[in-house]
Design a protein around this ligand. Structure first.
Ligand code: 6PG
Length: 255
């Protein structure tokens, strides 16, 4: 009997794939994210729960989002998909990156920004504490993809991938840092997922995630296959052209 996995045995159909030339990637991604946020808040009252991705790709997108006039900032509550075990002012902190590029530049009350306290003495306690504040289903999860196919801090072959009950886990992937990460059930329950990928080095993992044999254990970014993938031309370059919807610029990235 094959061990249970917290993902379906058959792959979901790929979500929408939008390819934008590198020069327009950040603006186009910000435009599309703001449109998704507006759609969600327009569908029902209450705050939109947004989980931010870390790493470097999101930084220019968040900066463009901060400049986007019509993002519904008064209706958004911010969470994180993962965090490194560092203080919030550490250069490696995803929280610091989000603060600098976005959160300090939009009207966002501190009480609506839920930092993962991965610098706490006990990572396990911090994971449990975060799990207690995480909504049952996030409205919009922004993710990246690593060159090894990881997403959030769900790394290939990690036992975290089989976590069903726990929604936040402490992980110790390859150096440099211990981390906290949401687990596959959190991604499975998300209303919408948006994956950001740019650069030649992401072409192979993007193609594997979207068109490779279904194996989220080997390529955890496949857990986001159903999402909206916002790619620059380099990151999309290994995809079959029939899978791509190429746009010339941000102006065309409207729902
Ligand atoms: C992190 C991220 C991680 C990231 C990928 C891509 O904490 O590092 O959450 O999942 O999205 O590693 O990182 P880059 O955008 O820097 O390529």
């Amino acid at each position: 009997m094959a061990p249970r996995t917290p993902w379906p045995s058959d792959p979901p159909p790929p979500g929408e794939i939008v390819v934008v030339p590198r020069g327009g990637f950040a603006a186009a991604a910000a435009t599309r994210l703001a449109a998704s946020m507006r759609e969600i808040v327009g569908e029902r009252p209450g705050p939109l729960s947004l989980a931010l991705a870390g790493g470097s790709t999101p930084r220019p997108v968040y900066a463009a989002l901060a400049e986007t006039a019509n993002a519904p900032w008064g209706r958004i509550e911010v969470f994180f998909g993962d965090e490194r075990a560092v203080p919030p002012d550490d250069p490696d902190s995803n929280y610091r990156m989000a603060r600098e590029s976005l959160l300090d530049r939009v009207p966002m009350p501190d009480k609506l920004v839920h930092r993962m306290k991965a610098d706490a003495p006990s990572l396990e306690d911090a994971a449990a504490e975060y799990a207690s504040v995480l909504p049952k289903a996030l409205d919009l999860v922004i993710l990246g993809i690593g060159t090894d196919g990881h997403t959030a801090s769900l790394f290939p072959g990690a036992d975290t991938l089989r976590a069903e009950a726990r929604v936040v886990r402490a992980v110790s992937p390859a150096p440099p840092r211990d981390r906290l990460t949401v687990t596959p059930p959190v991604l499975a329950c998300a209303l919408r997922i948006v994956v950001l990928a740019a650069g030649e080095e992401k072409a192979a993992p993007v193609a594997r995630a979207l068109t490779g044999p279904w194996d989220p254990e080997a390529c955890p970014a496949q857990l986001a296959r159903r999402g909206l993938w916002l790619l620059d031309t380099a990151a999309a370059s290994a995809l079959p052209t029939d899978l791509q919807k190429t746009l010339a610029s941000a102006e065309e990235v409207r729902p």
